[in-house]
Design a protein around this ligand. Structure first.
Ligand SMILES: *[C@@H]1O[C@H](CO)[C@@H](O)[C@H](O)[C@H]1NC(C)=O
Length: 347
């Protein structure tokens, strides 16, 4: 009898465990499917063209003379195109890139195409926290707009000397430290804005506040880590908006665009989708709109945009919402890193 009770208990524990695992997997398949169907409709070139019918052409007729823009990862792809559009409108543009040669080539190209000579190159790898702090200390210009566009998708687990995983160090830590440190440069601006280029892939991820750099992930999956980082950028943007009401923060999804980063980081995706991908202009459009349009500024700070429209940061019924406590834990981890790298640099 006792034995039977025990086996019954074990059996029911087993069933509970199996249904839990099954539910997790079901949820992940559900999210992925809903997301892909949404992506095929909205993130593609045709998705852009449909959305663009509602755009107001006047929004981007802005004179940017006298304004200063800093864009990370701006030697290629949508970052470079956004820089070009801002330079075309007379803005002073700071290209912040890892590769000096590539950045200088992009700079020369932007100058000759726009006739605007106020385009400057700065060399920085944002995955290196101390370099980020030093860069900002030596950056003597005033700033109106920061575009956090640099990102990476590395497919193996690489830890730096601080124990920071490469994707997390670049996409989350670098973005956070650069944004926090540059806030002091906005003080003279009448219209300071920060735009962070996230990704729709984050809709598949719930914030993992306890393990934001995916140390516990058994088989390292670069795409999943990247999506987790992109979810982190959404939460970060919402929280920075609350903490700094004088600056207008937004995050955005460029859609699926044909860029060198997509070709190299996701070759399979690129090959399957290449006929449907957006051009770099289409991918960069909402970045430029968020950076200069008066209409963008009328939206509340902290929102997530797709094709000039604030959109939900969660798929329906996808269970990706984090609690306020989880978001506090996540932000505290970033704050701790901010203090760690600032303090070390001062000594
Ligand atoms: C830097 O950019 C140049 C010019 O695009 C390229 O030839 C070179 O391979 C790049 N270096 C690295 C380390 O990626």
């Amino acid at each position: 009898m006792l034995c039977n009770k025990r086996s019954l208990l074990l059996l029911s524990l087993g069933v509970a465990a199996i249904s839990w695992i099954y539910a997790e997997e079901t949820m992940s398949i559900y999210r992925g499917t809903v997301w892909f169907i949404k992506g095929m409709r909205e993130y593609t070139k045709s998705g852009y063209e449909a959305a663009a019918k509602k755009f107001n052409e006047e929004d981007l007729k802005v004179d940017c003379t006298g304004k200063s823009y800093l864009i990370t990862g701006s030697n290629s792809g949508i970052g470079k195109h956004a820089a070009l559009e801002l330079a075309r409108r007379g803005g002073t543009v700071h290209l912040v890139c890892r590769n000096k040669t590539a950045a200088q080539e992009a700079c020369d190209e932007i100058k000759s195409e726009t006739g605007n000579n106020n385009v400057h190159v700065h060399v920085l790898d944002i995955s290196k926290p101390r370099d980020v702090i030093r860069f900002v200390q030596s950056f003597t210009h005033e700033l109106d707009v920061l575009v956090n566009n640099a990102g990476c998708m590395v497919h193996s687990r690489e830890l730096d000397e601080n124990g920071l995983e490469k994707n997390f160090a670049t996409n989350v830590v670098g973005t956070y430290l650069l944004t926090k440190a540059l806030l002091t440069k906005f003080e003279g601006s009448s219209d300071p804005r920060v735009i962070t280029v996230s990704s729709g892939g984050m809709l598949n991820q719930k914030l993992d506040a306890e393990d934001p750099q995916c140390d516990k992930m058994k088989t390292f999956d670069g795409r999943q880590v990247y999506s987790q980082n992109k979810r982190g950028q959404i939460v970060m943007t919402e929280q920075l908006a609350k903490a700094h009401p004088n600056v207008h923060f937004s995050s955005m999804h460029p859609g699926w665009a044909d860029t060198p980063a997509v070709r190299t980081a996701m070759p399979d995706f690129y090959n399957k989708m290449k006929d449907r991908l957006r051009t770099t202009d289409q991918g960069a459009d909402t970045i430029v709109w968020l950076a200069i349009a008066a209409a963008a500024k009328k939206q509340p700070s902290g929102l997530f945009f797709q094709d000039r429209t604030p959109v939900s940061t969660h798929l329906p019924l996808a269970w990706t919402k984090s609690t306020p406590q989880e978001e506090t834990v996540f932000m505290q981890k970033l704050e701790d890193l901010w203090h760690k790298f600032n303090r070390v640099d001062c000594q």
